[in-house]
Design a protein. Sequence first.
Length: 179
Amino acid sequence: MWYMYQSVHRLVSADAINLALRFTPPMRQFHFSAERLIQAPVEVVYHCLADYREHHRVDGGFLPPAFTRLDVLEGGVGAGTVIRFTAQVGGRSVTRTQQVSEPEPGRVLKESGGGEGSTFTLDRVGDATRLRIDTTLNAPGVEGLLMRWFGARLMQPLYADEMSRLEKYAQAHAAVSVA
């Protein structure tokens, strides 16, 4: 009887170990949205968002310090642009390559790649612009669980900073465009 228990126990243990070695934690998707009323015309805000060569710079553009690098790999303005950026999020550096599309030119701009991305939707509100950013990120295993619990706390300040900077940048750009 004892021998039979040991054989079954070894078999179960071996199967459990093999299963654990083959197990890959599932990829979880994390969705985050932020919205802000920007005191600048919708055309100017969209122009700033769509022009990656001039306005999405880490040195003199509207990107917050969390973005440590942005390279334009193809194109540069609107649909067909391919970008690679590096950002510090949650104490670690992440690099992504994404393609830009314009599902509704002048209103909706989308960055996507690898099942992740952000959609920027602009609506006119008088002389101002309502900007909404919807982002989907993939995170495996424990990281996915942590993003579910703490992701909004990590992303909210980053998006608030980016939209605040974009507002100031668009206001200055509008003033230059008018002059």
